[in-house]
Design a protein around this ligand. Structure first.
Ligand code: AMP
Length: 395
């Protein structure tokens, strides 16, 4: 794996694909700067080597050129975080970009306008990629969040830097973390899969059964498995067309010697509402009219036990409807267990969609080994796919 640590950037212009797709409020202020902070180590290393940075990113899903999606809005934020003045150009290709890039001096940062103001970016257009490639001497990909897209700036551009393409520090860390869970991690390995539906996680479950020793299944997915085994699930969320699949997963797990752990009890509610009446019931015996919205106290103890036996942990998906305070306990308890295990030397990776939101909401981000910056990219990695943005650097 060629990372930016393998090269000195002195007098080199690094064309860096970052993921600065940050949320903005109505005043165009950045409301979560995690992604900019995450790219800082790469930018600093290049500047300290005596190189310069040409940053390119998308922001949102613009249709043509739309002011509200301009990367100009985040210039101040980047300056504040990196501590270096940022030169901005209002096009990512063409004369303005080329002229600004050619004048760029060591230690300077140039930010290009939103790549997606050009449809060619998402189309992976080669001519557009050539225009981008003209701007730098070295290509660096540090955007894990878009590594699963074969876009011009994430994938196609790499082929115009056959000897000069590198993973940035963030992307390298993401790849390393996934590898730890999927191939090189210390055993026993545990995956915790929560979230709403079996159907959205099925490819992950199938792939992960070949990698882990323990699998905790929680959240809304639980009930398809419980019903499949003859339990009474009341009004809990269930995908009836996935019942056979659930049975097949349980069978495969047995064959592969993977221990599956399902909740033992649940917090059942008489409506999908934070104000609903609740009771703790056996997961196999949920009364009619009630639905399981969180795992119960016995499940929390069981999961804590499993977490504490394992040396490598992947966590994807909440164990309950954590957005509602009364159904967040299971997710918080799991976060506590994983934080404790991490303190004791276990490697823990949190990634993919809502689990990252949950981890941040409850303040666990500094208590686990790594929180992935990519939702979809993480999910596709866990499915066992090779991401085009990563393949483009390796090949
Ligand atoms: P996902 O995007 O698949 O990870 O699903 C996350 C969503 O699953 C969150 O919005 C949770 O509220 C939801 N969820 C978790 N547990 C349950 C449950 N028992 N019933 C319904 N939805 C749930």
């Amino acid at each position: 794996m060629k990372t930016i640590n393998d090269i000195n950037f002195k007098n080199k212009k690094a064309l860096i694909r970052v993921d600065f797709n940050v949320p903005l409020n109505d005043n165009f202020e950045v409301t979560d700067d995690t992604r900019i902070i995450s790219a800082k180590p790469t930018i600093i290393k290049i500047l300290e080597d005596g190189g310069s940075c040409i940053l390119m990113s998308h922001l949102g899903r613009p249709k043509g050129i739309q002011h509200k999606f301009s990367l100009q809005h985040i210039v101040n934020k980047i300056e504040e975080i990196i501590g270096v003045e940022v030169i901005f150009v209002n096009n990512c290709v063409g004369e303005v970009a080329e002229s600004a890039a050619s004048k760029l001096e060591s230690g300077q940062i140039l930010l290009l306008e939103n790549l997606r103001f050009h449809d060619e970016e998402k189309q992976g257009d080669e001519a557009f990629a050539i225009q981008l490639a003209k701007l730098g001497d070295v290509y660096v990909n540090d955007a894990f969040g878009t590594a699963h897209r074969a876009h011009a700036s994430t994938t196609v551009v790499a082929k115009f830097f056959p000897e000069n393409k590198y993973f940035g520090k963030l992307l390298a860390k993401e790849i390393e973390s996934i590898e730890k869970v999927m191939t090189s991690g210390e055993k026993p390995v545990l995956a915790v899969l929560g979230g709403a539906k079996v159907s959205s996680k099925i490819t992950i479950i199938k792939n992960i059964l070949n990698k882990v020793d323990h699998l905790i299944i929680g959240g809304g997915m639980t009930f398809t498995f419980i019903k499949a085994q003859g339990g009474k699930i009341g009004n809990s969320i269930c995908e009836d067309d996935k019942i056979d699949l659930a049975l097949d997963i349980l069978k495969q797990a047995k064959e592969k010697n993977v221990q599956i752990h399902l909740p033992l009890d649940v917090v059942a509610a008489d409506a999908f509402s934070n104000d609903a009446n609740t009771q703790i019931v056996d997961v196999n015996n949920i009364p009619n009219g009630w639905q399981g919205l969180d795992c119960g106290p016995k499940s929390i103890v069981l999961f804590d036990n499993v977490v504490n036996q394992c040396k490598t942990i992947l966590w994807n998906g909440p164990l309950g409807v954590f957005e509602m305070e009364n159904f967040a306990s299971g997710t918080i308890a799991l976060g506590d267990s994983i934080a404790q295990a991490t303190k004791n030397g276990t490697f823990s990776l949190v990634g993919g969609g809502d689990s990252v939101a949950a981890v941040k909401q409850f303040g666990f981000q500094d208590k686990v080994s790594y929180v992935s910056t990519g939702g979809g990219a993480m999910l596709e990695s866990l499915e066992g796919k090779t991401l085009p943005g990563i393949a483009a650097i390796i090949n």
